[in-house]
Design a protein around this ligand. Structure first.
Ligand code: HAM
Length: 413
């Protein structure tokens, strides 16, 4: 019986894992440099952690959460995002006694979305958060670190930062009421999906892709009219900071983000190279969230990026030169073979052997894998306690002693 994988999930293997590991290494190096500490949380949490803060009416909560009752009748949810679990963990572990707290992490998230290229039901995120600062320098730092990471993983890739401010929480609340009224007056022209959001989440209508919705949104009261001077000054400072750091951006007043907890700064790094799932990284400020989750009334800012989407854009060159293949033509020489294995391991030289006692088959595999060197041993080498190293690119070969192999490979490469 063949069992299929669950729709929207995918197995990772070989080069894909190597890409993921490379991404994680670059992320960790950047995080260490700027004193972000890694924080890992469980994959499932009590459902209430997500339902209110993400917005009762957000798509994630309404349609996409994997929620189930366990045998003890606890209502649990596979985490759809990382910000709320990180806040929960920071509260549980009393990490917020000392603020600002800078944390980061990686891991799988779960959303029951309609699968397509770049959109999965289990996917991996990188997540960075700063808890406890409303200094605009923390907005700048969090965006600069995102930009540094994306530029070092995807050099030369066209990625553009979209930026907006939603204003302070009270003003945003006022704006949402005005927007609800406006959309209500134009209800008949809106798509059904948007009509359902008029009361609960009018901001989301602004980023609808439906043509009629776009027409109505284009003449909706603009958010800029409801933003306080203080927010406007902060936004200017943010823009100056990004310019100072040579980060290009576009202002996009329709950028509202999908989760409910944002106010003030919101941003997304987008690319044209991924089709419709074009957002690599998104985040913003969520000043009331920590308090809603039972923590102190302190602000926060952060972002998450989809590792799969980043990996899809990565150029990844396999370093085949570093690997040697091995060929042996008779089982009689296995002790000689195992002596070689020990030597290669002790000297950190990676190797591959296909369990074939046949030069031809091993040579053919080495050529197929495009490796540079093969180490061959037969009767002659066994008798003289030596090994033949053949350079498959040039065709040259030399018979050498075991302890000369490392230097030989270094000299030749
Ligand atoms: P988000 O925009 O929902 O934000 O997700 C962030 C990123 O995760 C997206 O830009 C995308 O790259 C990736 N992503 C989301 N859904 C999927 C999916 N179904 N398949 C593949 N990749 C996906 C958040 O999650 C917020 N917690 C970000 C944040 C952190 N805001 C403040 N701090």
């Amino acid at each position: 019986m063949k069992i299929r994988p669950v729709r929207g999930t995918h197995d990772l293997y070989g080069d894909e894992i190597k890409k993921f590991n490379l991404i994680k290494n670059i992320v960790s190096q950047n995080a260490e440099l700027q004193s972000f500490n890694e924080l890992q949380t469980p994959i499932f949490e009590l459902s209430e952690l997500f339902s209110k803060p993400l917005g009762d009416q957000s798509d994630v909560v309404l349609k996409e959460m994997y929620t189930f009752k366990d045998q003890g009748d606890d209502l649990l949810t596979l985490r759809p995002e990382y910000t709320t679990p990180m806040i929960r963990a920071a509260i549980t572990k009393n990490l917020l006694n000392e603020i600002p707290l800078k944390v980061y992490g990686f891991g799988p998230m779960f959303r029951r979305e309609r699968p397509q290229k770049g959109r999965y039901r289990q996917f991996n995120q990188i997540n960075f958060e700063i808890f406890g600062s409303n200094d605009v320098m923390s907005d700048i730092e969090i965006i600069v670190i995102a930009d540094d990471i994306l530029k070092s993983i995807l050099p030369g890739c066209e990625i553009i930062l979209n930026l907006n401010t939603l204003g302070e929480r009270d003003n945003l609340k006022k704006y949402k009421t005005i927007l609800s009224k406006y959309f209500n007056d134009n209800k008949n022209k809106l798509s059904e999906e948007s009509r359902n959001k008029i009361e609960s989440n009018p901001l989301r209508i602004l980023d609808s892709k439906n043509e009629n919705d776009i027409e109505i949104s284009n003449i909706a009261p603009p958010i800029q009219d409801y933003i306080s001077n203080k927010s406007k000054i902060q936004f200017e400072e943010l823009k100056q900071g990004l310019k100072f750091n040579n980060i290009d951006f576009v202002i996009n007043h329709k950028l509202v983000r999908g989760l409910d907890y944002y106010s003030q700064t919101v941003f997304e790094f987008k690319t044209k190279n991924l089709g419709s799932q074009d957002t690599l990284l998104g985040g913003g400020r969520y000043d009331g969230l920590i308090n809603i989750l039972g923590g102190p009334d302190i602000p926060g800012v952060g972002w998450a990026a989809g590792i799969e989407r980043i990996a899809m854009l990565m150029e990844f060159k396999k370093n085949t030169n570093s690997k040697v293949h091995i060929a042996i033509n008779n089982k009689k020489f296995v002790t000689h073979l195992q002596t070689l294995f020990k030597y290669l391991k002790n000297n950190q030289i990676s190797f591959y052997w296909n369990y074939k006692y046949n030069f031809k088959k091993s040579l053919s595999k080495a050529n197929q894998d495009k490796v540079k060197y093969i180490i061959m041993m037969g009767e002659k080498e066994f008798e003289s306690k030596s090994y033949t190293l053949r350079n498959l690119y040039s065709g040259n070969q030399n018979e050498i002693k075991l302890d000369e192999i490392k230097n030989y490979l270094n000299d030749q490469s």
